[in-house]
Write a protein that binds this ligand. Structure first.
Ligand SMILES: C[S@@+](CC[C@H](N)C(=O)[O-])C[C@H]1O[C@@H](n2cnc3c(N)ncnc32)[C@H](O)[C@@H]1O
Length: 366
């Protein structure tokens, strides 16, 4: 008989955001219990509770309170702890470099949680820029805290989402730490990217995502297009940011191009032998609207309008979530909040690949 308890890993997250590791565990079908999670942002909490099973008593808000008062009392025997502390670095000028020198920073709170719950494994994620901050001193201190103060064996590497199946160029530093110093761990090998951003786009997009004339003039301006943070119809999305899609920087889709390609490939085909209909778009009188029209039938069945020049749009919140590796994620907050939450998150596919490698080390009782 399978020992259920033994086959379920206990997970804790801090700076949980929209639960990238929770989503990765679900998708990897790894049995797990969420022992604790938390985030200071009330909209993040709404998204989290709509998507994961967690007892409200196991949620904490401010990590600083959690680290000091809660963790040590309640949450022993955690298998996996995950957190990407917001990049609020600290200067090491004139200091020796140890846990106490990071006091007052969110990294310190993360380290304190490790110290209190002593997970078998932790994953720490941050922006790549952390490596160069303060001429590399901050990173040296972080490593020292993990290795010397907390006594974990750590492995670190910069990973890019586009090497793990997601068409988004997003580089992040990942640290995987093991309580057992004898563990041998290898980062997952990069894989060939088989999908373009176009394959992550929604078939139907509300008009509200179309840019205004001013927006179109801005993003199509040659000066903007030369900059690295704006692109139209890119194959690989730019790195998503928390303020994405609101300032005309980031990824934009020229609907004329995108839909016309789809129209050519599928919508305008006449159908098969058993089903043959004359494909026509831009009808003056619409065909009967089918309840299932979101499934995108051929143009002989559904209504299609071809877009004229000037239909450039932002990515939708759902597309941003998909480009972070979230599938079937329930959206319960405003667009602005979803853009922030997606931009702040960790790419689910990278975590899935890391979990696979961590499992190989046999540190979990799975
Ligand atoms: C870079 S994001 C990490 C997101 C997360 N890793 C995910 O998968 O979505 C940082 C998160 O930390 C949260 N945060 C910032 N300060 C905090 C604090 N003092 N206590 C708890 N959470 C905090 C923010 O609200 C934000 O959601």
């Amino acid at each position: 008989m399978i020992d259920k308890k033994k086959n379920t890993i206990k997970v804790g997250t801090v700076f949980s955001g929209i639960g990238a590791i929770e989503h990765a565990l679900m998708r990897s079908r790894i049995p797990h219990d969420i022992e604790f999670a938390g985030d200071i942002d009330k909209f993040v909490k709404q998204s989290y509770f709509a998507n994961y099973k967690i007892d409200p008593g196991r949620w904490h808000d401010d990590v600083e309170h959690f680290a000091i008062h809660e963790a040590s009392k309640h949450y022993k025997k955690i298998d996996l702890l995950v957190g990407g502390s917001p990049c609020q670095s600290f200067s090491m000028a004139g200091k020796r470099g140890g846990l106490d020198d990071a006091r007052g920073t969110l990294f310190y709170s993360f380290a304190k949680v490790i110290d209190e719950v002593r997970p078998k494994v932790f994953i720490y994620e941050n922006v790549k820029g952390l490596l160069n901050h303060d001429s590399g001193k901050t990173w040296e201190v972080i490593k020292k805290v993990f290795e010397v103060d907390l006594k974990y064996k750590i492995f670190s590497k910069v990973l890019n989402a586009k090497d793990y199946g997601i068409p988004q160029s997003r580089e992040r530093i990942f640290v995987v730490g093991f309580r057992n110093s004898k563990v041998k761990f290898e980062f997952p090998n990069p894989t060939e990217l088989k999908k373009t951003m176009q394959e992550f786009l929604d078939d139907y997009v509300d008009e509200k995502y179309l840019l205004t004339e001013k927006g179109i003039a801005f993003v199509t301006n040659e000066i903007q297009l030369k900059k690295k943070y704006t692109q139209i119809n890119g194959k690989i999305a730019l790195c998503q940011k928390r303020n994405q899609q609101s300032n005309w920087h980031g990824d934009f889709i020229d609907e004329k191009y995108f839909l016309s390609k789809k129209v050519k490939q599928y919508v305008l085909s006449r159908g098969t032998k058993n089903y043959n209909a004359k494909p026509e778009t831009d009808l003056k009188v619409a065909r009967a609207i089918l309840q299932t029209c979101h499934k995108m039938h051929r143009a002989g069945v559904d209504n299609y309008v071809t877009y004229k020049y000037g239909k450039i749009r932002k990515l939708t919140p759902n597309e941003c979530l998909k480009l972070m590796g979230f599938k079937d994620f329930k959206i319960v907050v405003s667009d602005t909040q979803v853009y922030r939450q997606a931009g702040n998150s960790i790419v689910v596919n990278i975590l899935g690949a890391l979990l696979k490698e961590i499992k190989k080390t046999k540190v979990f009782d799975l």
